[in-house]
Design a protein around this ligand. Structure first.
Ligand SMILES: O=C(O)CCC(=O)C(=O)O
Ligand SMILES: [Fe+2]
Length: 199
């Protein structure tokens, strides 16, 4: 194993704890997981309502959980399916690394560079105060933007590579916003899994 590649990057930011592990999965495993999830997850295409207007969401999503608690954001309420063996294996690996337990995974499928995820914080009340959110990326690398809500100079980006794990914790969801912008680059699909604890 290449030790350098599997090194953790700890980002020191005001009011946020961010850890990035580029090689959480090796490239072969990441590709295998990507294909398995692309083919076997119950992907849905929801409509969101923003300021009274409805739009198709610019990506596909799915929700799986160990309980039956639904998750609501942007006027969408998602009802979970039970964890599959593959999702459970990923959850256990992520829990060991993040040293916390998760109940739920929200999956995003960005079909191409025109799919995206707009500026938001994962601050729904069912996540509790200072949630730990662990995010696995598979497939095409995408840029992750994050910016502080009040400190205008705190604006950063990070390329989330296939097989990587990003752990957001501390006060990040209160003080920061994040997004996956569209890109004009001709890139393939990406799957993201965000593990959460729903109270
Ligand atoms: O796709 C990503 O890396 C981010 C996903 C995200 O922020 C979310 O689902 O809340
Ligand atoms: Fe998010």
């Amino acid at each position: 194993m290449n030790l350098f590649q599997s090194q953790k990057v700890v980002l020191n930011l005001p009011q946020a704890d961010l850890v990035y592990i580029p090689n959480f999965y090796n490239p072969d495993t990441a590709q295998q997981l990507f294909h398995e999830l692309q083919n076997n997850i119950a992907w849905q295409h929801d409509t969101i309502t923003v300021f009274g207007k409805t739009y198709p969401q610019p990506r596909l999503t799915a929700l799986y959980a160990t309980n039956n608690k639904s998750y609501s954001y942007s006027n969408i309420t998602m009802h979970p399916k039970p964890f599959t063996p593959t999702l459970k294996a990923i959850k256990t690996a992520v829990e060991n690394e993040a040293q916390t337990n998760f109940t739920t995974v929200l999956l995003n499928l960005y079909r191409s560079g025109s799919d995206s995820n707009g500026w938001h914080a994962d601050n729904e009340k069912e996540l509790g105060i200072n949630p730990v959110i662990a995010s696995v990326s598979l497939g095409a690398p995408r840029v992750f933007h994050f910016k502080h809500k009040d400190i205008k100079t705190e604006k950063h980006k990070l390329v989330l590579e296939s097989g990587s794990l990003l752990v957001m914790s501390g006060e990040m969801q209160h003080y920061w916003l994040h997004q996956i912008p569209k890109t004009k680059k001709n890139i393939g699909a990406r799957i993201n899994l965000t593990f959460r604890h729903i109270l």
